[in-house]
Structure formats: C-alpha cells, structure tokens
Write a protein that binds this ligand. Sequence first.
Ligand code: MLT
Length: 238
Amino acid sequence: MFVETYETYNAVYDKILKGKVVVVIDTLRATSVITTALVNGAKEVIPVADIEDAINMSGHLERDTILLGGERNAVKIEGFDLSNSPLEYSEDVVKGKTIIITTTNGTRALKKASSSDDVVVGCLLNVTSVADYIHRENKDVVIICAGTEGKFSIDDIITAGAILDRLEKLSPYESDDLSKASYFLYKSFQDNILNIMKYGYHLNRIEKLGFHEDVEFCTTIDKFSVVPKYINGVVRLV
Ligand code: MLT
C-alpha cells in the first residue's frame, strides 16, 4: 500500500486518483459538517462548488425535503438555511433531509476527487473509522486536504497524520514525504493537537468570527464511528 498526501486539491489530477481509495479532508469545517449531518440522520449530502449550482439544484427538488447549507468567507450564505457550523446540523433539523452544501474549499475538494469510485470523507471526528476502511480496502491511498484558499492548512494535515497513525497499527504502508510529515507532526502533538492547530490561519479566522464551539467540536477525535462515502456526486453513510 502506498499513501500520497496532497496539501490542497489544486495539485491533484484525475489520473493519480484512478483505482485508489481517496480520503478528502476539510477538518475546519466542511467534512466535519457533512459527517455530523449524516450521523444526525440526514438522508444524503450533495456537495456543490458554487452558490448558483446549489440554488439551481434546490429548484428541482421538493423544497421541504432539502436544506441549503454552507459558507462564503466562513459565514452563512444569504438565503441559505444553514451555515457551515456542525452545531447547526442537529438531528431535529437534518433528519431525513437532503442537504445541498457549498463551501469555499471542502466541497470543491470533494468534486475534484470524483474521478475515483472510492472516495470517503475524513475529519478528526472519524479518523479511526477511516483508517479501518483504508485497511479493509487494501488499495493505494490518496489523501486530499482541502486546504484554505489554495494553501496548506495545519488542521487538515494533523487529521491526515492522525489517520496514518491509526493505519500504521493495521497495515504496513509506504508513503510520500507529506504523508510522513503529517504523521510526525501529529505524533509530536498527539497529546494536545490544539497546541499546534492554534497557529493555523483558518482556525484563527473562525475563532475571531466567534465560532470557538465549532473549533472545539471539530477537533474532537473519534466522536463518530462512521465512514461517509461520496458516490455519484452524493455523500451517504454506507
Ligand atoms: C471550506 O470549505 O473552505 C471550509 O469548510 C470553510 C469554513 O468552514 O469556514
């Protein structure tokens, strides 16, 4: 098994994804939101790249069966039902609903992954389940970090490292340098990952906007034992 990690989705091209397990990570906050919505009973989550695409798609569906969610500049999009805070995606709100979500980086990273037919959603909330899944699939792996505004983001890299830490105990694997760097960064801070994540640009940005509880929630390790799968443009629990 060989593991490659990409710091943003911009560096990824279709050919490298074929036949691999692809793990898409946007810890703060898109993949944490998607995972939480599904755990809380959402029927499915449809990631879309643009606000217009989300609105157009919602026009083709029964309005009371869907919720529009996401962010631009980390805040709720005007006219949408939900922002990109996982705390808003509670059971009473999302149960049975189709969520159409668009975010700045995370939903774009997922769409970029779609040339693989084996794409899963990863975040700190489900690192052990994702590692178990990779072990079971026993294929080469590509980890795509969403990053922030086209740049490396510490929160995603720490999550990649946490997955690799669990994977190491299950399967022997070889890896590229960014996978190794992610692993060793995680190992150095595993007792308190916030001691390194607190220096991240995006974490500070959402803290300043008042989303401290989102940061606390999204940095909880293994809160859930699920692996959301992205198949034919839709994320569901399998
Ligand atoms: C993104 O997709 O860029 C993020 O999830 C942004 C955010 O949550 O603010």
